[in-house]
Ligand binder design. Structure first.
Ligand code: GLY
Ligand code: MN
Ligand code: MN
Length: 456
């Protein structure tokens, strides 16, 4: 976990971007009801967490750089009864220690103090439309200020979205963040390797899903950073397949896209491998093409380069490969011009990664792609997907979905692959799967034909 000084530095950087006489308000996330009186596991708002390190609901950070109290934090009050029922609360002392915010008060006092902070400020910074309940209260405070008798009070006249600046800050990861992301990656690498060693025909997708979650939590992660995708056979062609209900079949490929969340940070890894441990000729041909596309993209990950440049390199390799395999016909240039391979490579090459799996930060300014810089972390994830009913594709490839995804940190000389530990070569995958087969009794989920459930 970063030190309080780092959170202070992040807030300082934000405050430097504010206009004079400004007030910025950052609410924490609230609990979300799952059903009746039970909640989803709490997940902090990423911007609030980035600025404070506080992982409790309903807190509020207020930044007012031109005042005597430039940073104020409101947190849930200590409450013996509530804490017995729902869990410990930090309280002001601990919240100050974690965040380094100098002034901390009980949330009970927010409604009294907030109007005073707003009164006389000229610029308001807030993530509009993101916190509807909080925003309704905030607007009421603003209305009240505007309608104060004889204009004795004033509300900020200029409203600004607080997100763009925080999100640009979040795009460049600090040393402390990189260490956490490497930990999220390491846990995810172990989980993917275990999955490769455990798959065999007859195992259900949800059993592998469970194995991944077990490994994530067993190693101290909070769980999956997003719904794990465990798609056998044609299910791999559904990009966000998370039902994970089917049985894995001999002769099919399995696509696993899963990553752990560790102290708020996400990993995002995809591997595709044969359920029976041996790639068929056709599977190998497509797999090695996707792998070559990924390697071509990796070569373009360095400072000054850009994600579109890496994507162009991947598209060129895929186009040449698809022509070579007879899936496309004609000339390379014609298909590059028409971007024909995008019929089968149907998503982007990658995305920023951090506190959110599809992390924040712009991809272009004024239509010009953002140049890569040291400290950025992004995924590189080319894929090819052939619909089961696409008659234009030779039969042996139909219904195949292959994606390979790794998490790359941009360094001053190029990149560091945070997730290189999961095998990717055909030989590496087959060898790891074979090692699992030798050790089947202890590492593999039990084959259980009765365990398919109609609805989960
Ligand atoms: N796991 C979601 C993605 O790869 O973008
Ligand atoms: Mn991804
Ligand atoms: Mn992914």
């Amino acid at each position: 976990m970063p030190q309080a000084a780092e959170y202070q530095k992040r807030r300082q950087a934000f405050m430097q971007s504010m206009n004079s006489q400004g007030v910025a308000i950052f609410p924490a996330a609230s609990e979300v009801i799952r059903s009746r009186d039970t909640h989803f596991p709490f997940r902090q708002d990423s911007d609030f967490f980035y600025l404070t390190g506080i992982n409790e609901p309903d807190a509020v950070l207020v930044l007012m750089p031109d005042t005597e109290t430039p940073e104020v934090l409101f947190v849930l009050p200590r409450d013996a009864h509530a804490e017995v029922w729902h869990g410990r609360r930090l309280g002001c002392d601990k919240a100050q220690e974690i965040s380094g915010v100098s002034h901390c008060y009980s949330l009970d006092t927010l409604d009294v103090q907030l109007p005073d902070f707003l009164n006389g400020s000229e610029h308001l910074y807030f993530a509009f439309d993101q916190f509807p309940k909080f925003e309704a209260d905030l607007r009421e405070h603003l209305r009240n200020l505007r309608s104060a008798p004889k204009r004795t009070k004033t509300a900020p006249a200029h409203w600004h979205d607080s997100r763009p600046h925080v999100h640009q800050q979040r795009l460049i990861k600090s040393e402390a963040e990189i260490a956490l992301m490497q930990q999220a990656a390491d846990i995810s690498v172990t989980a993917h390797k275990r999955a490769m060693q455990s798959v065999q025909p007859g195992v259900f997708e949800y059993q592998i899903d469970a194995l991944l979650s077990h490994e994530f939590m067993h190693q101290g992660g909070s769980g999956p950073a997003y719904g794990s995708i465990v798609g056998g056979g044609e299910n791999a062609c559904i990009l966000h397949y998370t039902a994970n209900t089917d049985v894995l079949k001999d002769g099919d490929l399995l696509l696993i896209d899963a990553g752990c969340e560790y102290q708020g940070y996400a990993a995002d890894i995809t591997r595709t491998f044969p359920v029976n441990g041996k790639f068929s000729r056709a599977q190998r041909a497509i797999y090695e093409l996707v792998l070559a596309a990924q390697e071509a993209a990796f070569a373009l990950i360095k400072p000054g380069s850009s994600l579109p440049k890496a994507q162009d390199a991947a598209v060129k390799v895929l186009t040449e490969g698809l022509l070579h395999l007879g899936i496309l016909k004609g000339s390379v240039q014609q298909h590059l011009d028409e971007q024909s391979c995008r019929r089968f490579f149907i998503h982007g090459l990658g995305h920023w990664l951090g506190l959110d799996v599809h992390d924040v930060g712009t991809y272009q300014t004024d239509g010009i792609p953002i140049k890569l810089q040291p400290g950025m972390v992004l995924t590189i994830e080319p894929g090819l997907y052939f619909a089961p009913d696409d008659d234009s594709v030779p039969e042996q490839y139909r219904g195949m979905g292959i994606r390979i995804e790794d998490d790359l940190l941009v360094t001053k000389d190029g990149y560091c692959n945070l997730t290189a530990g999961v095998p990717k070569s055909v030989e590496g995958i087959e060898a790891l799967m074979a090692s699992g087969h030798r050790d089947r009794a202890t590492t593999r989920p039990q084959r259980n034909e009765d365990s398919q459930r109609a609805s989960r």
